[in-house]
Design a protein around this ligand. Sequence first.
Ligand SMILES: [Zn+2]
Length: 387
Amino acid sequence: MLPVNHTRLAKILEKPTAPFREGHVLATARAILDEAKVPYFMDPAKNLVVGVKSKAEYSRLTKAKSPEPVRIFIAHTDHPGFHGVEWVDADLLAFKWHGGSPTAHLEGGKVWLADSEGFVGYGRVEKAEMIESGRAIDKGLIRVKDLRRQTKAADLFGGFGFRDTHWREGDLLYTKAADDLIGVYAILETALALKAKKSKAPFIGLLTRAEEVGFIGAIAHFELGWLKGAKRKLLAVSLETSRTLPGAEIGKGPVVRLGDRKSVFDSGGTQVFSDLAARILPGKHQRRIMDGGSCEGTAATAYGIPTIAISVPLGNYHNQSFEGGPDAAPANGPAPEFVSVADIEGLTALTQAIMAPKLPWNQPFSGTVAAFKKSLKNYGKLLKTGP
Ligand SMILES: [Zn+2]
């Protein structure tokens, strides 16, 4: 199994990010790819397309005749957070929130602030108004402290902050944002591993923007229509950290995600993937519908791309204190997200296994049908008796 590269993971986790403000994570991803000489380019929505150097190369890959499906790995570079709107006072910033959020104990909650150059300071929530359903913050005010430089309100963005951007406690990794920077890390590691092996396996990574407000980056990418002329099978692989649920527990392995809140994923592809997980991570993976939220797997499915998905079980989903733990406010208040390092290792083992050649994507149920036939034969005599 590939051990977690904590240096590269830290470089990603320490970056500020929010919906539509993913520049720092994307720049880090580009730097990691540059160092490993893995090609990439930006699509018109500024999603980062990994593994191919241009739209022309992307099209060539999807139009080449081959029984091997092009695996399109998708993870998002944003995390719920806010944008500055205006300075109400010298140290009082009005903000607009984007995406999910904690729902209680918000006032006094610590937030970090950043601009296009990096972190600029900290503040505390002074006032927060919820959206109509009460399930997330809509807008509010932040009392800003120690701002490193004067910044226009509209150039600021932020999110809930804790003792550090990330820290380890045993197997658990606490961070301001595991969702979906763990998925981003896994795609980069997969690209680097393929490059190191000089693999020609058909791989595209899609590091998307603004997933937290309804997978806007993924939609923008699929709307380009670049995949419409594909001459070979495509297989989207959605990578997410997803709210831990019974049967999808932290530390028990990555989850073969059968579906999300909105849709179930490709039955044949999931069968192959599930058999693969049973071989690669026996007893160390889980399998269920992760319906705590919806993901880019639903976007890919809606655009007609057969999709499979992997989740890493996530504690304190969207910084909401469900599981509590260090630095967590009481129930539903702000809290660091957390994941298991062993689960991340399992995730990268699976992403690499999915790239193996000659998996039965085109006859996903051949093994199952063979077993069915054997069963039928065994019961052939009895079937002739009665009724
Ligand atoms: Zn996510």
